[in-house]
Structure formats: C-alpha cells, structure tokens
Design a protein around this ligand. Structure first.
Ligand code: NAD
Length: 287
C-alpha cells in the first residue's frame, strides 16, 4: 500500500483574509494543527470566523471525517509572529505588496527553526526576489493557491532560483495531500497561470476594441469552441478589471509590449467599471 504524502504537523498562515483563511482550512481539514497570525485582534477574529464557516460547509458537504469541534480544536489565531515557533511550514498570504511581504516574511523567518519552510501565496511578485531577501532562501517557495481555495484543484508551485530540490518535492507532496494538483513553474513574471490567462484576456479586449465581435460572442467562442469553463472577459469581470490592469502593467514592464494594457481596459478602470464588484465591467452584473 502506498503511503499518503505527509503535510507538516503544524502549519502557520500569515494573514487570514480571503486566501489565508482558505489555505488554513485546506491544511486543517487534512489533519494539520493550524495557526493563523493576523495584524490585530479584530482581523484575527475575522479569520477565525472565516475558517469556522468553511469548516461548517465541509461538514454540510460531508467531506470531513470528524466533527466541527474536533477540527476547530486544532485551530488557533494570534497576533504574535512568535506563535509560528513550532511550524514546519508557514504560508504567507498578506496583501500583494512587495515591501509589505518582504517585511512580513523576514519577521516570520526570525521565529522559525532552521529546517522549517516558508512559502508565499503571491499571485504575481517575483518569488526569486522575495527569496533573496531571506536568510534561508533554499527553504522558500511560492505556493500559489487559487480562489476560492476549497473549490480549486490547482496549486502553482513556483520555484525560486534558490529553492532546494527537497522543498520542491515536499511542495508537490503537500499539494497531493491536500487533494489538489501541482503545476511546477520556474519563477517568471506571471508564472504560468496569470501569464496565459492575462494574455488571452488582453487579446479578447483588443478584439472588443477593434469591433471584431461582441464581448458575449468572444467569450462564447472560447467556452463553446475550446471548452473554457468561463470566457476571458467574464473571467476578467470576476477577477476585477483593476486587478487585471495591475498584472498587465507588471507583465508589460517585465515581458514587453505584448502585455501592454489595451486602452479599453484603462478607460473602464478609470470610469470605475471594475467588473462584478462594481456591477459593470465587460458585462452588466447589476442583476
Ligand atoms: N484573492 C484572490 O483571488 C487571490 C488569488 C490567488 C492569490 N492571491 C494572493 O493572496 C494574497 C492575499 O490575498 P487576499 O485576497 O487573501 O487578501 P485579503 O486582503 O483578503 O487578506 C489579506 C490579510 O492579510 C492581513 N494582513 C495585512 N498585513 C498583515 C501583517 N503585517 N501581518 C499579518 N496579517 C496581515 C489582513 O488583515 C488580511 O486579513 C495576495 O498576495 C494575493 O495576491 C489572491
């Protein structure tokens, strides 16, 4: 009988927002002891609620082999980075700001044992750049979870130049233990997922701009013709046009003109048409 790959006994998550709570829930429901560290008590209480809600949903779906109480007995929150002391792995999920992440990662690293691993859930920043700021870059890796974490089966494992081969293997094993599939990418702007996702979305926007077809028909071409679950423009509306513009600007600056944001994207963002969250993007979401 093959043995299931192990996840660390104690897993830390820095930042228990949308992604951090999802990541905490993922490890918790696979048997790990999980601690979320937040910036203040109010945020910690919010993280506690999000994880408890996610566990309630797992119970309702029948995907948990234990009670809500049993799972939550392994969960705790804190506002003190020193609480990570016993973690074999800490996953950072604070907002997407390079300086904030560097400061937070360095502070976490101070409290970890020399053999503990540190990961970032960054969706676009240079993992090699972040690794270079740390004392033990070989112990650092990108673990790019997708939103919403419970429903997504993908984790992009992003290897910094200095990520150790042992950690690369461990990251794949953790992914499998979480019931997800790993895609392993050598650190490059946009990794694999954002680079390809944004490339197709920008081309779809240019097609709207040039009057090639309507947003509905462009999306339908990809959904019906290529079996994409959601068209590139609707996906952009769901992600947020401002978020996509930020990524496109970053990819433009790192990979060149093919990622130059189309004017239609800039105009919509300037008008506050940010997609689903504002009720209008490439589609109308008011209903
Ligand atoms: N939302 C998505 O769709 C998505 C998908 C994949 C990856 N990501 C990445 O995940 C990361 C987090 O995104 P999110 O959407 O969960 O953001 P979020 O704003 O929902 O959560 C961030 C959390 O970090 C906490 N925080 C801020 N500074 C902190 C500090 N110094 N110490 C401890 N906690 C701190 C905040 O209180 C908040 O709860 C980002 O890097 C983002 O790019 C997001």
């Amino acid at each position: 009988m093959t043995q299931a790959p192990a996840i660390p006994h104690v897993v830390g998550v820095l930042g228990g927002g949308r992604m951090g709570a999802g990541i905490a829930h993922a490890f918790l429901t696979k048997g790990a002891n999980v601690i979320v560290v937040e910036r203040d008590h109010e945020a910690a209480a919010g993280a506690q609620d999000r994880v408890a809600d996610a566990v309630t949903k797992s119970v309702a779906r029948g995907t948990l082999n234990e009670t809500h109480e049993q799972a939550m007995s392994r969960f705790s929150t804190s506002t003190d980075y020193a609480s990570f002391i016993h973690c074999g792995l800490v996953v950072e999920a604070v907002p997407e700001d390079y300086d904030l992440k560097v400061k937070a990662l360095k502070a976490v690293e101070e409290h970890l044992s020399a053999d503990a691993y540190l990961a970032s859930n960054t969706s676009s920043l240079s993992v090699t750049g972040l690794a270079g700021e740390l004392l033990r870059p070989a112990n650092f890796v990108g673990l790019h979870f997708f939103n919403p974490v419970p429903a997504s089966t993908l984790i992009e494992v992003v290897l910094a130049k200095e990520t150790s081969p042992e950690l690369a293997v461990a990251a794949k094993n953790w992914t499998e233990a979480l019931g997800k599939t790993a895609v392993v990418v050598n650190d490059a702007p946009g990794f694999a997922s954002s680079r390809l996702g944004v490339a197709i979305a920008l081309e779809a926007m240019r097609m709207v701009e040039e009057g090639v077809a309507s947003a509905e028909d462009i999306d339908a071409a990809m959904v019906l013709g290529y079996k994409h679950p959601t068209g590139p423009l609707k996906t952009t509306d769901i992600v947020g046009l401002d978020v996509r513009l930020g990524i496109a600007e970053y990819l433009h600056s790192t990979l060149g003109d093919r990622f130059a944001p189309p004017q239609i994207l800039r105009d919509k963002v300037a008008r506050g048409e940010l997609g689903r969250k504002t009720g209008k993007g490439f589609f109308d979401w008011k209903d």
